[in-house]
Design a protein. Structure first.
Length: 278
């Protein structure tokens, strides 16, 4: 089910703890602030905070608090999966029965997280992607059996601040989600790189080839986003029989072509996600 209505977070009650403020954690933080969340309600745990996070500390955000801390309404874990064994146990000090814990760590399962936190903790595992940085991401989430309706809604609101939200029931789907949408932006960026290099090989000046490739990818993505037509129909609409596009697609859609390579790539990413599960 897609969550499309973005709610403001000005009425968020209690403390929101963000563990890890790298690229994705910072994107989420920006989204929450843009939707009215008071910096004074946010605690950030980040050993190497960026300048922007330090600036927010002057507006009331708590950065790496020392000593006793209060209970959190929600905790968002945005550290690298390799850091999970060290990052998770200290979070027990923030958790009570009503606390929502949401992880965006690739590969780390709900079962892995449960082993490191107090029994009965309500946990959501989510996978956003990097377009979250401009509010155009998409996240897929799955919850454990301890989650309440209120906590599920809270998780949806936090994720909706960076884009669209989908929920699944089967956690086993998360490896494929990670491989498709979590890693997917890199595939699109690689497409733009390859198009630019191919343009240079065809005789275009490098700067012009790069501009043409980037604008073509960006514009086509926006057309797909706005159109009521699916990707296959839009592709067919661009392709005249016997034309230049048809000649190119004959290569890309032939044996060992784009479809085959992407299928292999996504399978490899899904395998790696399973390897990270722990």
């Amino acid at each position: 089910m897609a969550i499309r209505n973005v709610k403001r977070l000005g009425e968020f009650r209690g403390t929101l703890v963000l563990v890890g403020a790298g690229k994705m954690g910072s994107a989420m933080l920006d989204g929450w602030l843009a939707r009215g969340l008071d910096p004074k309600k946010i605690t950030v745990v980040e050993p190497q905070p960026a300048k922007a996070v330090k600036t927010l500390a002057r507006r009331g955000l708590k950065l790496n608090p020392k000593g006793k801390v209060g209970v959190a309404s929600a905790i968002v874990i945005a550290v690298k999966p390799q850091s999970a064994p060290e990052a998770l146990p200290p979070l027990a000090q923030y958790i009570e029965k009503a606390t929502l814990v949401m992880s965006i760590m690739a590969g780390r399962t709900i079962g892995f997280i449960e082993k490191s936190l107090p029994a009965g903790t309500a946990i959501v595992r989510a996978m956003p992607n990097t377009p979250a940085a401009i509010g155009r991401g998409i996240s897929v989430a799955v919850a454990n059996a301890k989650i309440s309706k209120r906590q599920r809604n809270q998780a949806s609101e936090l994720l909706a601040a960076i884009g669209k939200v989908e929920w699944v029931v089967d956690e086993a789907l998360m490896d494929a989600v990670t491989a498709l949408s979590g890693s997917g932006p890199a595939y699109v960026f690689l497409l733009a790189e390859c198009m630019a290099r191919a343009g240079v090989a065809a005789g275009l000046p490098p700067e012009l080839a790069t501009r043409l490739a980037c604008e073509t990818v960006a514009g086509s993505a926006e057309l797909l986003h706005r159109s009521d037509l699916d990707a296959a129909t839009l592709r067919q609409n661009v392709t005249s029989p016997g034309g230049t596009t048809a000649a190119a697609l004959e290569v890309l859609m032939g044996p060992g072509g784009f479809d085959h390579l992407l299928t292999q790539a996504i399978a490899a990413a899904a395998r790696r996600s399973r390897d990270l599960a722990g």
